[in-house]
Design a protein around this ligand. Structure first.
Ligand SMILES: [Fe+2]
Length: 166
C-alpha cells in the first residue's frame, strides 16, 4: 500500500517538475529590472498549508513576458528562457513579494497577460499556475474555475496572491 502511494507521488512530481529556487534565495526581489517599459506592479503574497499555517522556505519561480508579450528580446519569445524571471523563498511568516511591470498579451493573440508561478515545498504537491488580471477582456469565465489560473485585481498598482500547498 505504502509503495503504491510513493509511486503515485513520484509520478505526480514527474508530471509537475518545477524549477527550484536556490536555498538562500531572498523572499523579495525584482522580476523586471529598473527602467523596464510598462505599468509598474507590486505583487505580494503568502504560501500556506490548507489550514492557513505559513510555509516558510517554500520555493517560488516566477516569470513573465515583457509589456509587448515577448519572453525574450523581441522577436524571441521562448518561455523556457524568459528574460523576466525571479527565484524566491518564502520568509518565516510564509510571505514573499516582488516588483515588476504588467506583462503584455502574446503578440497577435487573445491570451490574457499573465505571470507564471511554480511553487513547491518539501512533502507537498507543487503548484503551477498563472495570475491573470481582473477586468482583462481576454480572461474567459472558465478560467475562474480552473486551478491553473488565479484571476486577481490590480488595486493601486498592487496585486495579492495567497498560495495554498497541500
Ligand atoms: Fe506564458
Amino acid at each position: 500500500m505504502l509503495a503504491i502511494v510513493f509511486s503515485f507521488t513520484s509520478l505526480l512530481a514527474a508530471a509537475q517538475a518545477v524549477h527550484e529556487a536556490p536555498a538562500d534565495a531572498p523572499s523579495s526581489g525584482r522580476v523586471a529590472p529598473q527602467g523596464e517599459p510598462g505599468q509598474p506592479l507590486t505583487v505580494t503574497g503568502t504560501v500556506t498549508s490548507p489550514d492557513g499555517a505559513p510555509i516558510p522556505g517554500a520555493s517560488l519561480y516566477i516569470y513573465q513576458t515583457d509589456d509587448e508579450g515577448y519572453y525574450g528580446v523581441k522577436p524571441v519569445s521562448d518561455n523556457r528562457h524568459p528574460r523576466l524571471k525571479l527565484f524566491l523563498r518564502s520568509d518565516p511568516s510564509g510571505a514573499w513579494s516582488f516588483t515588476t511591470i504588467k506583462p503584455g498579451s502574446y503578440p497577435k493573440s487573445r491570451v490574457p497577460p499573465h505571470i507564471h508561478f511554480e511553487v513547491s515545498a518539501p512533502g507537498r504537491e507543487p503548484r503551477i499556475f498563472e495570475i491573470v488580471f481582473e477586468g482583462d477582456s481576454f480572461v474567459m469565465p472558465e478560467m475562474r474555475q480552473n486551478p491553473a489560473f488565479s484571476v486577481r485585481p490590480i488595486e493601486d498598482g498592487k496585486v495579492t496572491e495567497r498560495i495554498v500547498l497541500r
